[in-house]
Design a protein around this ligand. Structure first.
Ligand SMILES: NC(=O)c1ccc[n+]([C@@H]2O[C@H](COP(=O)([O-])OP(=O)(O)OC[C@H]3O[C@@H](n4cnc5c(N)ncnc54)[C@H](OP(=O)(O)O)[C@@H]3O)[C@@H](O)[C@H]2O)c1
Length: 405
């Protein structure tokens, strides 16, 4: 097999872009050269010669010598325009931009299929963990039943700092930002939206299901109350932000992102700091666990590097499961979860929304909570879910097929 030389036009020279530059310099075996770098700011000092940089995207997109575009900017709307234009011009693309991918996946798949030009994005889901290509290729024939994990490094860093080091939330977030783990807009991390964008990508490659981010419930970590934290401690459990997608009987699938109570012996309890962990459950291989760094310059660049190497062998995603699993449909109303809801008196959840309420606690000093079973779709629709003073944490246990009639 012959390997192609790569002439790269790089968009973005921030945490990941600089990481990639450094990683490529230490990987002489890969015949890849960065020809030009597009950035936004004209005033920022750069550690490389000025002539390497441009502020005009057309200097890269219009240069026939640059055969590969690596898109590592923090502006999803602009990234979409760049990636689409590059693919239509026949340039292979590697990107780490999960927001852009999740918002435009159907169109980007169609363009790849029309043009035959590859778009690879291993770094966009779980940074250094090789999940996309494994889901796409390795689990090609073994039937995946679920994927479940911690897929956002910043929130895991924050939750670890709060639980293990007793750091206040704001301090932990500031540190995650300083270390380059957080998105430029940290709301994407802490509201669970970044994890949801990654879950969109996992669904496409694990199950062949292409959905819009808004189709999936995402609850982040900002609303987690002191009472919920105290409840977790008293029960000896750890709160983690967990994304899960699970096949249910009858060609249905449920998926969402929720803060979740994890018991200490569970694989996900071993995922600390900015690490990510993903558990796959499949019919023949059974349970498997991927663990590794889910953010940061070098770990993320390592996934970009692997995609670049794959391009030299002519690799592209086949999206085979979209045809194989054409019968599969997202069905949030077919699943239910056990939750702990803490709330203030003015914002109590509607008990009628629950198929069962297991426990109720009300105290003027400590606050109020209930535990109960609720449909995933019902939870997503509940007006009280987004009210101030309401915190929802999933109790341990997977999404399961609803037992309600
Ligand atoms: N950081 C991580 O750990 C991590 C992990 C996985 C995925 N990602 C993804 O990787 C991408 C980059 O993240 P990052 O952390 O490296 O961001 P970053 O440090 O904020 O850097 C962003 C870079 O994009 C450039 N930029 C922004 N808009 C641009 C435009 N319109 N044209 C050209 N350049 C533009 C900026 O230029 P200036 O230098 O001029 O400001 C900067 O160099 C994002 O999609 C992010 O979600 C990051």
């Amino acid at each position: 097999m012959t390997r192609t030389d790569l002439h790269i036009g790089l968009f973005g020279f921030g945490v990941v872009g600089q990481g990639l530059h450094a990683v490529l310099a230490r990987t002489p075996g890969l015949r890849a050269r960065i020809g030009r770098i597009a950035v936004r700011s004209r005033t920022k000092p750069r550690p490389l010669p000025a002539e390497l940089f441009t502020f005009d995207k057309n200097d890269l997109l219009g240069d026939p010598a640059l055969t590969v575009i690596v898109e590592l900017i923090d502006d999803a709307d602009e990234a979409y325009l760049i990636v689409k234009e590059a693919l239509l011009r026949g340039k292979a693309v590697v990107t780490a931009n999960k927001k852009m991918l999740a918002e435009h996946l159907p169109e980007l798949i169609a363009i790849q299929q029309q043009t035959g030009t590859p778009l690879l994005y291993e770094a966009a889901a779980c940074a250094s963990l090789p999940v996309i290509r494994n889901l796409e290729e390795y689990y090609d024939t073994d039937l995946l039943e679920s994927v479940e994990g911690i897929i956002n490094g910043s929130t895991n860093y924050i939750l670890t700092a709060m639980h293990r080091d007793r750091q206040p939330y704001a301090e932990a977030l500031a540190r995650a930002q300083a270390l380059g783990f957080a998105e430029s807009n940290p709301a994407l991390d802490v509201e669970g939206l970044d994890a949801r964008n990654k879950l969109v990508l996992l669904l496409a490659h694990a199950f062949g299901l292409v959905v819009a981010p808004a189709d999936l419930l995402a609850v982040g970590i900002t609303a987690i109350s002191e009472l919920a934290t105290a409840y977790a401690r008293e029960q000896g459990l750890i709160i983690k932000l967990v994304a899960e997608a699970r096949r249910l009987p009858g060609g249905r699938l449920a998926a969402g992102v929720l803060p979740t109570l994890v018991r200490p012996g569970h694989e996900l309890a071993q995922v600390h700091d900015e690490f990510n962990g993903l558990i796959t459950q499949s019919t023949f291989a059974d349970r498997q666990f991927f663990l590794g760094r889910g953010a940061g310059a070098f770990p993320t660049a390592s996934a970009v590097l692997s995609d670049l190497s794959a391009l030299t062998y002519g690799y592209r995603y086949g999206y085979k499961k979209i045809q194989q699993n054409a019968h599969l449909a997202l069905a949030p109303d077919a699943a239910e979860v056990e939750v702990l809801v803490t709330f203030d008196e003015a914002n109590a959840p509607a008990e009628a929304d629950f198929s069962a309420v297991h426990e109720q606690f009300r105290s003027a000093q400590r606050g109020n909570y209930l535990t109960g079973t609720i449909g995933l779709g019902q939870l997503a629709r509940a007006a009280w879910l987004r009210r101030p003073g309401v915190s929802v944490v999933r109790l341990a246990g997977p999404l399961r097929a609803t037992m309600a009639p």
